[in-house]
Design a binder for this molecule. Structure first.
Ligand code: HEC
Length: 132
């Protein structure tokens, strides 16, 4: 009993400090540009800010990765590029959020990126990862 309280309180505290990654089922509104492509500014950046901003911002860039701007996302982190335009399958950021490549992101205590956000990011990368 005491132990489960502790786990709950710890999770709440960690979420408070880092911002929660949210849950896989959180709905994401996908907005497209006039040419029918997923919009980075209106769709991808807001999801990254919500799910990852607590640890990957200009102020706190864990793993050297700042996900608060297009430039930061495209620059990547300490181990190199996060996004390979046109190739979502090989992009580190997709492997991380789908938990098929290390490091798995967000870390398990910080929730999940919404499934609809992952699908939108896959499409956006395959459409060329434009600053649109
Ligand atoms: C609670 C803090 C936290 C959250 C939230 C978080 N990350 Fe991370 N992330 C880290 C830490 C710490 C590292 C560096 C440690 C490591 O490489 O294992 C890291 C490293 C990474 C890396 C590897 C960078 C490199 O080049 O080494 C990627 C990619 C990444 N995160 C993506 C994301 C994405 C995308 C999200 C949101 C869906 C996210 N992270 C949410 C803490 C976090």
């Amino acid at each position: 009993m005491r132990q489960s309280y502790c786990v709950l309180i710890c999770a709440v505290l960690l979420c408070g400090i880092f911002g929660c990654g949210g849950s896989a089922s959180t709905p994401v509104t996908v907005i497209k540009t006039a040419d029918g492509k997923v919009s980075y500014r209106q769709t991808i950046q807001p999801v990254l800010t919500d799910s990852c901003g607590g640890c990957h911002s200009a102020k706190r860039a864990k793993g050297g990765l700042n996900l608060s701007s297009y430039e930061g996302l495209m620059k990547g982190g300490a181990t190199g590029a996060s996004v390979i335009p046109g190739n979502a399958d090989e992009s580190q950021i997709i492997g991380s959020v789908e938990r098929t490549k290390e490091p798995h992101m967000p870390p398990s205590f910080a929730g999940d990126m919404p499934t609809q956000g992952i699908a939108a990011m896959r499409q956006w990368i395959n459409e060329g990862a434009l600053d649109n």
